[in-house]
Design a protein around this ligand. Structure first.
Ligand SMILES: *Cc1c(COP(=O)(O)O)cnc(C)c1O
Length: 387
């Protein structure tokens, strides 16, 4: 289906809820007359830090900016290597490349656990490795115990790409706060949608200070402080960027953060409904099957694995004809033109084994039981038809 047909999905992949609170928060911010980073951003940062139990939270332009800042702040640069899973959104690899460092791809645990395999992370670490970036795929926490252990023993920085995992818990601790630094995205299809936006969290004060400087040109004071007469001049202490969030998005973020527990709970219910309806289906299994419904997951995505011999293209076409949108998370990064000729290519047999079989089903907080059942029926028919 083309773009003009997007509004025609009976069941879109993701959708946002528009509450009256959201509209009035935006209106009040517009009327306030201060639109660039200011008090609402500070309030959003404080609320987010409290929500996940981090000492410091810095709001940024988007999740990619969060990753880029995190990599720069920990000192990644030319000559360094950064280990990350190939089964990931390309943002982390691109951010690594923009620091001048080289991404080294590693494998997943297997087809029922699409998270990064800590033993393959360790195997990928070499003398030039500066950091590892792990993804809590679909909101299911990685094996952080093993990953913290690897990072500590090998003396590398551990960065969490927590774009799927706001509200996910590992051993009772929020994902994003377990490694050295955590990165969140508030893109429209995420659990906490703002449009564009992101957050970097850390417990390390000097890292937080570097992140703060890098976020805004390396300048020692902010426009907001000068506006309030708290500062009249500034110095530039390192070459920074402009990755600031604005007040309008922070106002949306504050409302969405309050919605997040309900959003995650509803996603969890839908994941359970999918699991109950699809368990035992020939030609299909669900990723993280044993953990669906687990409250430690933010349930960002519902991911199925089609059986060998089932054509994913045909399944997707059948569902699209019923106006059910699907996607693929993700085409592995190491196969993209920009990354496939890298010197650091490693064998990734488990990623290769699932790459053609992954299918993402619709999942969003305001999805109804009827929509969920429609996806299930469509999927069962599509699979019967696609051998
Ligand atoms: C969405 C996402 C990002 C990028 O976030 P943006 O806000 O779109 O820049 C990075 N990593 C993962 C895993 C994501 O899902």
């Amino acid at each position: 289906m083309g773009e003009a047909d997007l509004a025609e999905w009976r069941v879109p992949l993701a959708d946002v809820a528009v509450s009256a609170d959201l509209v009035s928060a935006v209106e009040a911010t517009v009327r306030s007359g201060w639109w660039s980073m200011g008090p609402r951003v500070a309030e959003f940062e404080d609320a987010f830090a409290a929500f996940c139990g981090a000492r410091f939270a810095l709001a940024v332009t988007n999740g990619t900016a969060a990753l880029h800042l995190a990599l720069l702040a920990v000192g990644c640069s030319r000559g360094d290597e950064v280990v990350l899973p190939s089964l990931n959104f390309v943002a982390a690899a691109n951010a690594v490349a923009h620091t001048g460092a080289t991404p080294t791809f590693c494998d997943i645990v297997g087809r029922s656990d699409l998270n990064v395999d800590p033993s393959d992370v360790e195997a990928a670490i070499g003398p030039a490795t500066k950091a590892i970036v792990v993804l809590h795929y679909a909101g299911f926490p990685c094996d952080m115990g093993a990953l913290v252990d690897v990072a500590t023993r090998r003396g590398v920085i551990l960065i969490e790409d927590a774009a799927h995992a706001p509200g996910s818990l590992w051993n009772g601790r929020s994902c994003g706060t377990i490694g050295d630094v955590g990165c969140f995205s508030f893109f429209s299809n995420k659990n906490l949608p703002v449009g564009e936006g992101g957050m970097v969290v850390t417990d390390d004060e000097s890292l937080a200070e570097r992140l703060r400087l890098l976020r805004s040109h390396g300048m020692t004071t902010l426009t907001w402080d000068r506006h309030r007469g708290h500062a009249s001049t500034y110095d530039v202490v390192l070459p920074g960027l402009n990755y600031r969030l604005d007040e309008l998005r922070a106002a949306i973020g504050l409302v969405q953060l309050q919605q997040l527990p309900d959003e995650n709970e509803r996603r969890r219910e839908i994941a359970v409904r999918y699991a109950d309806a699809l368990r035992g289906t020939a030609g299909l299994e669900l990723a993280f099957a044993g953990r669906l419904g687990d409250r430690s997951s933010a349930h960002h995505l519902a991911v199925a694995l089609l059986g060998k011999g089932v054509s994913r293209d045909r399944v997707r076409a059948t569902l699209a004809a019923r106006r059910i949108q699907t996607s693929v998370h993700y085409p592995p990064i190491h196969r993209f033109a920009a990354y496939r000729d890298g010197a650091s290519q490693r064998a990734l047999p488990k990623t290769e084994a699932v790459a053609e079989r992954l299918l993402t089903l619709p999942l969003f907080g305001r999805m109804t039981d009827e929509q969920t059942d429609e996806v299930v029926t469509g999927l069962l028919d599509a699979i019967a038809d696609a051998w």
